[in-house]
Design a protein around this ligand. Structure first.
Ligand code: G6P
Length: 614
């Protein structure tokens, strides 16, 4: 969702800002803009609907001078995507420019109030209300900008990460956050701002993550000054970010999504490193050791997550119930937060989030915390809001994921959930040692088996070309592979805009079968496990209705091969780990279909990577 970049220092700001916006493109957006200030107090705002490249084209013949600036990619919430609604927004005096990520929930009330005072609005956004309010307070009360920002933010309900330029002060940016991420990069006599560290790491690895209700006064040539909305100074540790540029570049692949699909064997090695021992017969998760008393005997576990992370949660439920014998519920964070869940201190809530910033998941955590639950986070983005809001957790360590459609984060989440279930089951004595060692062994072999699977990419590319005609797809799986079917369908719809539904195979008879005909391909995960024969019957039922079947099968399965129209073979593994393998061909299938249809795979329309608003 909206991306924020800022710069103040000795360099020309414009190239830094544009490059930064490009690094944030993965978040998803529909318009872009920049505000620049030079030492002649000349404040200019350029903004346009479309991509950062459109902004560059628009600004190509304009004055982009200045060593201080803020820039933004907007994902429309209030008001359609157009250049008027794009950020930055200027205040009525023409002195202030603001960029904002988040939602001002009481904007309608504040807007009415300001309109009654005679202030005219130029956009339909909630953001403009904020800059008008700040300017109104500043001029009416004759206060400095920081005081006006503090007063305004106290009146605001909602979420924000903001950065403000003041025409009269070409040496300063004021930035603040609540529930939306904001990072400050500290260079040599220069500062950078970013929604995450990716626009910053090229220049410095020293960063400060702002906390909720922090306001940072970033002044050229002075140390950083951070206060809260009551003007109390707050202290922050300067952190070193461990991301390198190659991790956020395509490295020869045509899309980030394909790069990330192919990175999975290495990502899972990173995820398991230091957790699974070299003999592959034991798992140590520090979060479990450090929090034994909370985790060893909970009444139940509730998993909260959204999107792909929710699908990982469904697999987590099966793993934990199987190995730990603890009842597990999996909830959409967005539903959970507005329910009145019966939770107490005997419950553990596991929050899963790639970005660590999903607004609904954060709100679910806060609710569960208030009710006394112990919160365990499973996240990828280090230092993001969710790991900071949880009591403990495990990072998945798969490196930055840029493609909007999640791939390596999903398999990383499932890997951590498998390790968590195994380690907890061992502690509780609910998994026998032979099974424990066997599954760990199999888990450590997954990266090599993924490599083998990736060698089939040409075959999957060929298969995908046959299916671009379809307007609807059905994905079926059972047991551990039912969430795989859901995730496969989600991948396809996200990037190819083909309608796709995932179903437990046996449920096909209760509705979806009515849709099946020669126009609707069916993807079936039909590996040789305990439910194989039943899935085989489903395939026969589908073929009897003339639909084409793409089957994901165990190596050497000729029975399904003879029935299906296309077959992708999976290396053998433990049934509980099949999702780690079966999801790969489905990611590739979605990718190649979307590419064949000419879609923007890395930035699909309307989607955002980091959903920081409700
Ligand atoms: C968005 C992304 C999905 C992601 C979901 C949850 O919809 O496009 O890829 O699964 O948010 O995000 P999270 O960061 O919490 O895992």
């Amino acid at each position: 969702m909206c991306g924020i970049v800022g710069y103040i220092g000795k360099r020309e700001a414009y190239p830094v800002l544009i490059k930064g916006l490009k690094r944030l493109e993965y978040r998803g957006y529909d318009s872009a803009g920049v505000a620049l200030l030079n030492d002649k107090n000349n404040l200019r705002v350029y903004k346009t609907k479309g991509k950062v490249a459109d902004l560059e084209q628009y600004a190509a013949d304009k004055d982009t001078s200045g060593c201080i600036g803020i820039a933004h990619t907007r994902w429309a919430t209030h008001g359609e995507p157009n250049s008027n609604n794009a950020h930055p927004h200027m205040s009525f005096s023409g002195d202030l420019a603001i960029i904002h990520n988040g939602i001002i929930e009481n904007y309608a009330f504040l807007k009415k109030l300001l309109q009654q005072k005679g202030i005219k609005f130029n956009s339909n956004t909630d953001t403009e209300v904020l800059v008008q309010l700040i300017d109104y307070i500043r001029t009416k009360k004759k206060t400095d900008l920081l005081t006006a920002v503090r007063i305004a933010l106290r009146a605001v309900i909602g979420a924000y990460a903001i950065a403000i330029l003041d025409k009269n002060n070409p040496d300063q940016i004021i930035a603040a956050r609540k529930s939306s991420p904001l990072v400050i990069g500290i260079g040599q006599d220069e500062f950078f701002l970013g929604s995450d560290a990716s626009p910053i790491i090229e220049y410095t690895d020293k960063v400060i993550y702002l906390d909720d209700k922090d306001i940072a006064v970033i002044t050229k040539g002075k140390p950083l000054d951070i206060v809260d909305i009551n003007n109390e100074k707050t202290d922050h540790e300067v952190k070193t970010v461990d991301i390198n540029i190659s991790q956020i570049e395509k490295g020869g692949f045509p899309h980030f999504m394909l790069k990330e699909i192919f990175e999975q064997p290495d990502c899972l090695k990173d995820c398991m490193r230091g957790r699974i021992n070299v003999e592959a017969d034991n798992i140590v998760l520090s979060a479990i050791i450090d929090n034994r008393k909370h985790l060893i005997n909970p009444r139940r576990i509730i998993i909260v997550a959204c999107g792909t992370s929710w699908h990982a949660g469904l697999i987590g439920k099966l793993l934990i119930e199987d190995f730990c014998q603890i009842p597990v519920e999996v909830e959409y964070a967005s539903e959970f937060r507005y329910s009145n869940p019966v939770i107490n201190s005997q419950d553990v809530v596991i929050a899963i989030s790639q970005s660590g910033e999903t607004a609904d998941t954060l709100a679910a955590i806060e609710l569960a915390k208030k009710k006394g639950a112990f919160i365990y986070g499973i996240c990828n983005a280090i230092g993001s809001s969710i790991p900071r809001a949880t009591h403990t957790g495990s990072y998945i360590h798969v490196g930055p994921e840029i493609g909007v459609a999640s791939t390596k984060a999903f398999t990383g989440q499932v890997t951590v959930l498998a390790m968590l279930a195994l380690a907890l089951g061992k502690e509780r004595g609910t998994i026998d040692n032979m099974k424990y060692v066997k599954v760990i062994n199999a888990l450590s072999e997954i990266p090599a088996k993924m490599e083998h699977l990736l060698e089939q990419s040409d075959n999957i590319k060929d298969i995908s070309r046959i299916f671009t005609y379809a307007h609807n797809f059905l994905y079926l799986g059972r047991g551990y592979n039912y969430p795989v079917a859901l995730e496969g369908a989600l991948k396809l719809k996200e990037i190819s805009y083909i309608h796709a539904e995932g179903y437990p195979a046996a449920e096909m008879k209760h509705g979806p079968i009515a849709l099946i005909d020669e126009e609707m391909p069916v993807v079936v995960v039909a590996t040789k496990n305990i439910l194989y024969d039943k899935v085989l019957s489903n395939i026969q039922e589908i073929k009897a209705r003339h639909a084409r079947v793409i089957a994901i099968v165990s190596e050497g399965d000729d029975t399904v091969r003879n029935l299906a129209d296309a077959v992708i073979e999976l290396p053998q593994t433990e049934e509980c780990l099949e999702p780690l393998l079966a999801s790969l061909p489905l990611q590739m299938l979605a990718y190649y279909i979307a590419v064949a249809k000419g879609k923007d795979v890395d930035q699909p329309r309307n989607l955002a990577k980091s959903v920081t608003v409700e």
